[in-house]
Design a binder for this molecule. Structure first.
Ligand code: FAD
Ligand code: NAI
Length: 475
């Protein structure tokens, strides 16, 4: 007799493991199946985010930033460092330890919340009698049943035709997090989030980094003023960012890889790199789910088709996270996971897509919520804008990190905040205030009238809100 559960979650990334915990909290007998395997053959729940995404990338960003600061920024503080060396193996080991702590944390949370964990690959077998049969192929093979199924199988890196990832010379995000020695020349195809974050890591460590981007616009989804400022700062740091390129043949040598490309003026180039990262977006992971067996519908782009509530075309089958439409972000996946568990319980789980924050963890960080100035123009919305540069913020000066600005966009009539955009130190933390404000439909005047601690970076947020009404106090 197969094990029976109220809720079976396929995938143990941020969407899946959080959905499982919330379902268990709500009193459902819950199972979570995850296939990720560590280098010892054991389970490693947490998905892309924990294993080869958010967590390890931020660990390397931190290490490489310390290294860069020790090399340059410390001198301004009167601290001299001699014999500075980078131990890449140790830096990678630290990252691996942090990943494992997160894997172990999820195993602990499953135990605490009484979620039954299966390490293996889950696939649909059939639908019968108000429940679905799911085959789990792990060390042993077994079939379990669930009244509700939540699919949270995530996404995979998209490769370029003729340039399959070998994770030695041609790297996805996985290989980009494991480079054993600093490459002299690193190529990056795609100036998106991964390209800029991973390019920054290896540039800080000493690599000469060339970024090749197909579009003519740098960070097209980011507010234009913020993207321009960020572009200027990245170029100053030494990232070579080439926009409007057309990638041609990619040829692997014994120890290098040659990228043929045409630049935006039509000139042909042959660039030779020691390593090449390809970060041109990700594709939903539905492979091996056997979705056809139960008739689970995909959309035209290969994502699992869902409605606004994450319901698929099948009764009691839900899907969340990277495998469905919407931004590929861990916190979006988590919010959807919680909302689905609550909907299964008959509650009104909700996700507000208008207030999902975005962060790019470069230095300076870029963070935003809501609409950009170019979107407001396109939507024909009358708006007021206010900006405040970190250069005029006392805390930023004390930190020695004065690049960037905070920008507020508010409705011209009602003053409701429509978007907040930050490039600068700790933008990832500062953006939370704007998210809360927008959730409560605050006006820029509300933020302008709130007391912010001095000296703090958050005063730049208040000042940008004041600037909407042209009454900045410190600029
Ligand atoms: P995933 O995390 O991909 O998890 C899916 C899980 O399901 C995996 O463990 C997979 O092995 C498993 N699985 C798949 N199929 C099956 C099956 N049939 N049976 C069993 N298990 C299966 N987002 C942020 O918000 N902030 C960041 O800083 C950030 N940094 C990133 C950095 C990098 C380099 C990358 C690549 C991504 C980053 N992301 C970041 C994006 C984030 O990782 C994803 O949005 C998030 O992981 C999506 O969660 P998910 O649960 O939908 O899928
Ligand atoms: P991306 O969508 O951010 O950027 C891909 C870039 O590659 C785009 O600028 C695109 O124009 C370019 N591109 C596409 N095809 C190309 C080609 N043939 N030649 C040259 N350039 C090409 O995708 P990326 O960086 O792979 O990241 C995937 C997703 O992972 C992100 O969209 C994001 O959702 C998530 N992520 C989030 C992070 C965060 O929240 N800090 C960090 C890293 C990833």
């Amino acid at each position: 007799m197969s094990k029976q559960f109220d809720v079976v979650v396929i995938g143990g990334g941020p969407g899946g493991y959080i959905a499982a915990i919330r379902a268990a909290q709500l009193g459902f007998s819950t199972a979570c199946i995850d296939a990720w395997t560590n280098d010892k053959g054991g389970p490693a729940p947490g998905g892309t985010c924990t294993n080869v995404g958010c967590i390890p990338s931020k660990a390397l960003l931190q290490s490489s930033e310390h290294y860069e600061h020790a090399g340059h920024a410390f001198a301004d503080h009167g601290i001299s460092v001699s014999g500075l060396e980078l131990d890449v193996a140790k830096m990678l080991k630290r990252k691996d330890i942090i990943v494992k702590q997160n894997n172990d944390g999820i195993v602990y949370l499953f135990k605490k919340n009484k979620v039954t964990f299966f390490h293996g690959h889950g696939s649909f077998v059939k639908a019968a009698d108000g429940a679905y049969e799911i085959k789990v192929a792990g060390k042993a093979e077994e079939t379990i049943t669930g009244k509700h199924i939540i699919v949270a199988t995530g996404s995979n890196a998209r490769s370029l035709p003729g340039a399959a990832f070998d994770e030695e010379l041609i790297l996805s995000n996985d290989g980009a997090l494991k480079i054993a020695a600093v490459p002299k020349k690193l190529g990056v195809i795609g100036a998106g989030v991964i390209g800029l974050e991973m390019g920054s890591v290896w540039r800080r460590c000493g690599a000469e980094v060339t970024v090749l981007e197909a579009l003519q616009t740098f960070l097209g989804a980011v507010d234009e003023q913020i993207a321009k400022e960020a572009h200027k700062l990245f170029v100053k740091q030494g990232l070579s960012i080439n926009l409007g390129v057309k990638i041609g043949e990619i040829v692997k040598g014994a120890n290098d890889v040659t990228v043929n490309y045409t630049d935006d003026k039509g000139t042909e180039h042959k660039a030779v790199f020691d390593k090449l990262i390809i970060s041109i977006g990700r594709t939903p992971n539905t492979n091996g789910l056997n979705a056809e067996a139960v008739g689970l519908a995909l959309d035209e782009r290969g994502f699992i088709a869902v409605d606004g509530d994450c319901k698929t075309n099948l009764p009691n089958v839900w899907a969340v996270g990277d495998v469905v439409r919407g931004p590929m972000l861990a916190h979006k996946a988590e919010e959807e996971g919680v909302a689905v568990a609550e909907r299964i319980a008959g509650q009104h789980g909700h996700v507000n897509f208008n207030t999902i924050p975005w962060v790019i963890y470069t230095s300076p960080e870029i963070a935003w919520v809501g609409r950009t100035e170019q979107q407001l123009k396109a939507d024909g919305v009358a708006y007021k804008a206010g900006t405040f540069p970190f250069m005029a913020n006392g805390r930023a000066r004390a930190l020695g990190d004065t690049s960037g600005m905070v920008k507020f966009l508010a409705d011209a009539t009602t003053d409701e905040i429509l978007g907040v955009h930050i490039v600068g130190p700790m933008a990832s933390e500062l953006i939370s205030e704007a998210v809360v404000a927008m959730e409560f439909r605050a006006s820029s005047e509300d933020i302008a009238r709130i007391c912010h601690a001095h000296p703090s970076l958050s005063e730049a947020t208040k000042e940008a809100a004041l600037a909407v009404d042209k009454r900045s106090l410190n600029f």
